[in-house]
Design a protein around this ligand. Structure first.
Ligand code: ADP
Length: 207
C-alpha cells in the first residue's frame, strides 16, 4: 500500500506551489486531481467532458468520477512510491475511500482566510510555456512573458466565491475528520511562500 501525505486547504491556499517544493525535498510523487482533470478537459476525454461543467461552475466533480481517476493513477505507480495528494480528498466519502487505498501518514492543512484567497486567485496568471504561476500585484511576470500569460477559466471572482462556499460546505469537514484520526498538522498559509514551506517541513518532520 502506498504511503501518502495529504495537502488540505481552500482553493488558492498555495497547495500546488507547496506540493512542487515538498515533492522535490521528499521524493514523493504529486497526485493533483485538479491538474489531472484539467488535462482530461484539454484532451477532450470522456472524463473531461463529464467534469468540465462542474469545474467551470466552481462545484465539485462527482465522487465516483474522482475515485475512478485516482484508482487508475494509483494502479500505474510502484506500490513503494510515496504520494503527495493535492486537492484530494475533498469530501468525506473520498477520504473514506482513500483510507482503503493508501496508508495516510499525515494531513498537512494550509490555513488562509477567505478575503486573502479571493485577492490571490483573481490576480493569478500562468505562463503556459513554463507552467510558472504569477500574480498581477504580488509576483508580476517579466515583460518578455506578459503577452502570453493565461488565466484559469475558473479563476474569476464569481467562481472563486462559489469554490470557497463549496470548500466550506464539503471539504472543511475533513479537518475534524482527520483531526479525530490524529493525522492533522496545520500551518499558517498567510505567510510568504518560503515561510509556509519551512513550516510545512517542520510539520512533516515533527514526531
Ligand atoms: P483549487 O484548489 O484552486 O480550487 P484545483 O485545481 O484543485 O483548484 O481544482 C479545480 C476544480 O477541479 C475544482 O473546483 C473541482 O471542480 C475539481 N476538482 C479537483 N479535485 C477534486 C476532487 N478531489 N473532488 C471533486 N472535484 C475536484
Amino acid at each position: 500500500m502506498h504511503g501518502s501525505v495529504i495537502l488540505l486547504g481552500p482553493p488558492g491556499a498555495g497547495k500546488g506551489t507547496q506540493a512542487t517544493r515538498l515533492s522535490e525535498v521528499s521524493g514523493r510523487v504529486i497526485l493533483s486531481t485538479g491538474d489531472l482533470l484539467r488535462a482530461a478537459v484539454a484532451n477532450d476525454t470522456e472524463l473531461g467532458r463529464a467534469a468540465k461543467g462542474f469545474m467551470d461552475a466552481g462545484e465539485l466533480v462527482p465522487d465516483n468520477l474522482i475515485l475512478g481517476l485516482i484508482g487508475a493513477h494509483l494502479a500505474t505507480l510502484d506500490p513503494n512510491q510515496g504520494i503527495l495528494f493535492d486537492g484530494f480528498p475533498r469530501t468525506i466519502p473520498q477520504a473514506e475511500a482513500l483510507t482503503t487505498l493508501c496508508q495516510i501518514e499525515m494531513v498537512l492543512c494550509i490555513e488562509v482566510i477567505d478575503d486573502a484567497i479571493v485577492e490571490r486567485i483573481v490576480g493569478r496568471r500562468m505562463d503556459p510555456q513554463t507552467g510558472e504561476i504569477y500574480h498581477l500585484v504580488h509576483k508580476p511576470a517579466p515583460p518578455s512573458v506578459t503577452d502570453r500569460l493565461i488565466q484559469r477559466r475558473d479563476d474569476t471572482e464569481e467562481t472563486v466565491r462559489t469554490r470557497l462556499s463549496t470548500y466550506h460546505e464539503q471539504t472543511a469537514p475533513l479537518v475534524d475528520y482527520f483531526s479525530s484520526l490524529g493525522l492533522l498538522r496545520c500551518v499558517d498559509g498567510g505567510q510568504d511562500i518560503d515561510q509556509v514551506h519551512a513550516d510545512l517541513i517542520t510539520a512533516m518532520t515533527d514526531e
